[in-house]
Design a protein. Structure first.
Length: 317
């Protein structure tokens, strides 16, 4: 084998010394080394969940891959899911072990986005709020919004863990008790976002349409049902290859998303798994939170109707 070709966990790897992507300041070997080092910590969040990945080939734009190629090894577990938008069945990979993770790394899969709903009967296993800052905004603004979410959770008798998204925002995650329906989980997410907005309307907003956000942090309640989320410890296709990384609530105002990259994360982790340690036990949703959420329109549907209304108004002018 050439120096740029080797095998790990029985998986052939090639072109390891090639640049990962423009601006990465990293090679494909760096990606493989990182994922191998964090495998036992990233795999629990991927296991038994249909996986979408974002790949980047030399000289091409990154692209999301959901359907596992027919050329993939037959030892990779798969599941078939009906895609209503494209009216077809999609064969997703299930990334349950190190060989599968390394195979994806060799395919230049940089980002790992598992489905929020795992295999088995449809159910909500976690409540997720995605905190998305306005363009060019300082991370401190997102931290203030996260504190609002933490307070809204505490007021409801709930607790969550927080991690960087690997981009510019944060994810707040609340594990849910068995038996939580997707509909109730979705409703509770909308209500939680609304309550956090009421606590700090000058900081955070639930406005789905970007033009309505007025420079505030968007509390995105749509990471529900068939949605995906960047897995904890997943790299992201951004300059320096940052990773989604757990942060304690107490240190949130002392870190920056760029602190955590495929070059620094392993050293910061040592032998620990701070995400496993930070996640509270699964919780039951308070009835009043669920009831409030069911009265809040689904943001995408509401935004679609509002967008059509505004378009008609412009045409009428």
């Amino acid at each position: 084998m050439s120096p740029s070709t080797e095998s790990r966990a029985g998986v052939p790897l090639s072109s390891l010394d090639s640049p990962l992507f423009d601006g990465a300041d990293a090679t494909k070997r760096d990606l493989v080394n990182y994922l191998e080092a964090v495998a036992d910590r990233i795999l629990p969040g991927l296991r038994d969940r249909p996986l979408s990945v974002i790949r980047v080939r030399p000289g091409q734009q990154p692209f999301m891959q959901k359907n596992l190629p027919a050329s993939a090894p037959d030892w990779i577990r798969t599941t078939t899911v009906w895609a209503e938008s494209s009216k077809r069945e999609v064969r997703y990979a299930l990334c349950d072990d190190l060989p599968t993770l390394l195979w994806f790394a060799n395919q230049r899969a940089v980002e790992y986005h598992p489905a929020l709903v795992p295999l088995g009967p449809p159910r909500a296993t976690q409540l997720v709020l995605d905190l998305d800052p306005p363009e060019g905004d300082a991370f401190g603004h997102v931290v203030r919004a996260a504190e609002l979410v933490r307070q809204a959770l505490a007021d409801a008798g709930l607790a969550g863990a927080v991690k960087t998204s690997g981009a510019k925002g944060l994810h707040v995650v609340v594990p849910l008790a068995d038996g939580t329906t997707i509909e109730d989980g979705s409703a509770a997410t909308r209500a939680l976002a609304a309550r956090a907005e009421r606590l700090g309307p000058d900081v955070a907003t639930t406005a789905f349409l970007r033009d309505d956000r007025e420079g505030k942090v968007f509390l995105d309640p749509t990471r529900v049902g068939g949605a995906t989320m960047a897995a904890v410890y997943s790299p992201r296709i951004r300059p320096g290859v940052p990773v989604s990384f757990p942060v304690s609530w107490d240190e949130l105002d002392r870190v920056s998303p760029v602190d955590f990259t495929i070059h620094t994360a392993v050293g910061l982790l040592g032998d620990a798994d701070p995400w496993r340690d930070a996640l509270p036990a699964p919780q039951r949703l308070p009835a009043d939170l669920v009831e409030e959420g069911h009265a809040i329109p689904v943001p995408r549907v509401q935004a679609m109707h509002e967008g059509k209304r505004r378009a008609r108004a412009r045409r009428a002018q």
